[in-house]
Design a protein around this ligand. Structure first.
Ligand code: URP
Ligand code: ZN
Ligand code: ZN
Ligand code: ZN
Length: 487
């Protein structure tokens, strides 16, 4: 293209920002098979100024940078709807911040994350959001949006919800039915948040576990001298997830509100979501890679390695894994998030060496999320390519108000694109991953498929496993208000 964009006032070509220059000139993703949530077709993609300008059978390469997609699948950039970067939690702070976390995400094919800005009791939602903006600014290597958590049901807090939606671009609010004395709120608060969100265009997310009962079971275990990691799982039985899930759905039903159930770990909880949907309710469910490939037996790993698998809800049984995968396939679960919440074994997980209830909850999963779904969904023949895109990109974009700017390959959308080599093979390991954590719960697993290139708004940010972007170039994305979508 010959637009003046390529030259400065004196007619000199600009060389200070080579990646911007390349974007302005235009890039063609050439020779690949484009996969969206609905279609699969051979096409080239022309990118101009960071957005998709044309999609056509064969676009002449003349004058454009070419990204070789031959033999590859071309996906919309994946969206991780559930991350916890730089988050104070469990007496420490998650080890990945917005720099390391987003670089690792990018290398796994994720081009947008939605992170949880954590509200604390008595504080304002505005301040929580401000804190998270400061954590992300200058560090994020990919685009990002925010959810807010809500830690109290004070009138001042509830009154902030409309302005968070209308002015700040936050369209979803997470409430916790667990983590008593820390993040847990009661049913009164949940109900009020549901009503406010429904009225102003918000989607309430729920962490569904019965925290009151868990407080009892944990105390019982500890007083019986049961301190090892496996008691994390044993004190959080699946019924307490199913009960809380059903309760949250019933509360949403009475409030006339949509609901998104995060990190569904079990068949029993997933069935509660299916039941709600059979009643015609706008309920959505998310699960995560860890619940597809790890299970309760991982808590028995020797030398305190079981602590790396401590997360909430806890890991379940093999039969749960199969049910969750089937529900991802048939649309009874709608989104695939990492719930990335990384801690080092050394110094952080160790806080619970003598008391499982003091092990910080969470695991590093932002980098391998898509690979796990590709391997255990697509390669194993359970989930089709279009459904993979729906779960890991398009549906999160629709639910969290980013679609169609994000979440698909279409003219006018941001050029967030993953050129994916389906045949590449690698073995996941903490020794080679790009997250800061010293452990990886998928350690030793072999997966097929890997990004050849990752583009963020037209810039190549990952090239053959190397990060080629720049922390600080990610841009905050405002979410549009939630509108019920048929998923
Ligand atoms: O164990 C987990 N899931 N840690 C992250 C916090 C949460 O509940 O999502
Ligand atoms: Zn051009
Ligand atoms: Zn949670
Ligand atoms: Zn989480």
């Amino acid at each position: 293209s010959d637009r003046g964009l390529h030259r400065d006032g004196a007619g000199r070509r600009r060389h200070h920002f080579p990646h911007l220059e390349r974007t302005a000139i235009g890039t063609i993703v050439k020779g690949g098979t484009v996969v969206t949530a609905t279609d699969t077709f051979r096409a080239d993609i022309l990118i101009e100024d960071g957005t998709i300008a044309a999609i056509a059978h064969a676009i002449p390469a003349a004058g454009h940078t070419t990204v070789d997609a031959s033999g590859a699948l071309v996906f919309p950039g994946f969206i991780d709807p559930h991350t916890h970067l730089d988050m104070p939690f469990g007496g420490t702070t998650t080890i990945d911040d917005f720099a390391s976390g987003t670089v690792a995400a990018a290398l796994g094919g994720t081009t947008t994350i939605i992170d949880f800005a954590l509200h604390t009791k008595g504080d304002s939602l505005a301040n929580a959001l401000k804190t998270w903006h400061a954590k992300a600014a200058g560090k994020a290597a990919i685009d990002y949006a925010f959810h807010l958590t809500i830690a109290d049901g004070r009138p001042e807090t509830l009154e902030e919800i409309p302005e968070m939606i209308a002015r700040e671009g936050v369209n979803s609010f997470k409430v916790f039915m667990a983590y008593k004395h820390v993040l847990q709120v009661d049913d009164e608060t949940i109900f009020k948040v549901l009503k406010a969100a429904a009225r102003y265009g918000g989607l309430v997310q729920v962490h569904a576990e019965n925290g009151d009962v868990i407080e009892v079971t944990v105390k019982e275990a500890l007083s019986a001298g049961q301190t090892a990691p496996k008691y994390h799982g044993l004190t959080r039985p699946v019924e307490l997830e199913a009960e809380a899930t059903s309760r949250a759905i019933r509360l949403a039903e009475v409030a006339g509100a949509p609901l998104y159930v995060v990190h569904v770990s079990s068949a029993m909880a997933a069935d509660a979501i299916s039941d709600g949907r059979k009643r015609g309710l706008p309920i959505y469910g998310e699960t995560c890679p860890q619940y597809l490939v790890c299970d309760a037996s991982d808590y028995d790993r020797p030398d305190f390695a079981g602590a790396n698998y401590v997360m909430s809800p806890p890991l379940r049984e093999k039969r749960d894994q199969a049910v969750l995968l089937k529900k991802l396939k048939n649309g009874e679960l709608h989104a695939f998030g990492s719930d990335h919440c990384s801690f080092n074994n050394c110094g952080q997980k160790e806080l619970g060496k003598n008391d499982f209830s003091k092990i910080p909850n969470g695991a590093p999963t932002i980098e391998d999320r898509v690979a796990i779904l590709f391997e255990h969904g697509v390669v194993k023949g359970v989930i089709g390519l279009n459904q993979l895109v729906a779960l890991a990109s398009t549906n999160p974009a629709k639910l969290f108000g980013l679609f169609p700017r994000k979440g698909t390959i279409a003219v006018g959308s941001d050029a967030d694109i993953v050129v994916w080599d389906p045949g590449a093979e690698r073995t996941i390991s903490a020794a080679t991953h790009h997250m800061k954590a010293d452990n990886n719960i998928f350690e030793g697993m072999t997966v097929h498929g890997r990004p050849r290139f990752v583009l963020s708004r037209g810039r190549i940010i990952a090239d053959d496993g190397r990060f080629t972007g720049e922390p600080g170039t990610g841009i905050h994305q405002k979410s549009a208000p939630f509108r019920p979508v048929q998923l």
